[in-house]
Design a protein around this ligand. Structure first.
Ligand SMILES: *Cc1c(COP(=O)(O)O)cnc(C)c1O
Length: 334
């Protein structure tokens, strides 16, 4: 028995319908050729806030609004905060978003543009979370966790429903992994439909808290570094309630990537798919291009890469596209 039920996921889908996009699943020619199996991209980049975080945030806030809550606070590496700000505005709730100095300026501006209060605190997601939790008793806020919350997880899980409905014979799903709300949700929904679907988590090599925790057999703290995959930064919380256990029980493989690899993923998405993606969203493409996804598993059939967000600074994006070197064995023509 799980703490999460499929009924929770269907309830989330009803709650967010009309507020969040049912996103496209498109086949990629270049990546299918590379993989030797059909590769599909699940494009969360088209969500109104530029990332899938709108699903979980909308589900959590709509529920709080049903209960009469009028003020929320959260801590975020950027995309969750933006999603909370968007959902709060739509529901007529006040939102405060605590972010660390590591959060890129474009993401902070996006939160402010949606009418939320942005507070910049400390140099890590953990410090931002500390500040958010401090506000809860002081100013009467409801706290909306970025990942370790059943309503947030159920919201992200609606991606898994959409994938298995659109592609019933999907063999593997590749999911960017940070706090694990996204991974736990998609893995739960997909494996509820078919236990045999492989779930692969991909993250950056430095500062990957969930990976370190899985290796240690319990939630551990890791130092946070600057990375192109800024949305994958931050700890999972030593008091993690849901995402650690769900991820541990549902994950089939974990893959770690260098910064150069993530840059190649961003450049490939742009050159070959005409997609602007942020670092965190490029990790599935990058892992496939670098040939580091588990080969035995990948051979089994259709593969879905969840492309989680588009919120990259456009000057940085241009630099990466101009300078990222294609792989040595690539036939890419620039
Ligand atoms: C938050 C985020 C992730 C990771 O989601 P978790 O639930 O924290 O694992 C991946 N990609 C993007 C773009 C994100 O914003």
């Amino acid at each position: 028995m799980s703490v999460l039920s499929l009924a929770d996921v269907y309830r989330a889908r009803r709650r967010i319908a009309g507020r969040v996009c049912h996103t496209p699943l498109i086949e990629s020619q270049s990546l299918s050729e590379k993989a030797g199996t059909a590769v599909f991209l699940k494009l969360e980049t088209v969500q109104p806030t530029g990332s899938f975080k709108l699903r979980g945030a909308t589900n959590a806030l709509a529920r709080l609004a049903e209960q009469g809550c009028r003020k929320v606070v959260t801590a975020s590496t950027g995309n969750h905060g933006r999603a909370v700000a968007h959902a709060a505005r739509a529901l007529g709730i006040e939102a405060t978003v605590c972010m660390s100095a590591l959060v890129p300026a474009n993401k902070v501006q996006a939160v402010r543009a949606l009418g939320a209060q942005a507070r910049i605190v400390g140099k890590s997601q953990d410090e931002a979370e500390h500040e958010a939790l401090r506000l809860v008793p002081e100013e009467g806020f409801a706290y909306v966790p970025p990942f370790d919350d059943l309503h947030v997880i159920a919201g992200q899980a609606t991606i898994g429903l959409e994938i298995v409905e659109a592609l019933p014979d999907v063999a593997n799903i590749v999911v960017p992994l940070s706090g694990g709300g996204l991974f736990a949700g998609i893995a739960f929904a997909a494996k509820s439909a078919n236990r045999a679907i492989g779930l692969i988590g991909v993250t950056m090599a430095r500062g990957a808290a969930m990976h370190a925790s899985l290796a240690a057999g319990q939630p551990v703290l890791v130092e946070e570094f600057e990375t192109l995959a800024d949305s994958l930064g931050g700890g999972i919380g030593l008091e993690n309630r849901y995402t650690y256990a769900l991820t541990r029980d549902l994950i089939d493989d974990t893959v770690l990537l260098s910064e150069a690899s993530i840059a190649r993923g961003i450049a490939h998405a742009y050159r070959h798919e005409r997609l602007v993606v942020e670092g965190a969203a490029a990790v599935g493409i990058a892992a496939l291009l670098d040939g580091v996804l588990p080969a035995e598993r990948i051979k089994r059939g259709p593969l879905v890469l969840v492309v989680t967000g588009a919120n990259i600074d456009m000057d940085l994006h241009r630099q990466i596209v101009d300078t990222a070197s294609p792989q040595a064995d690539s036939h890419t023509i620039l």
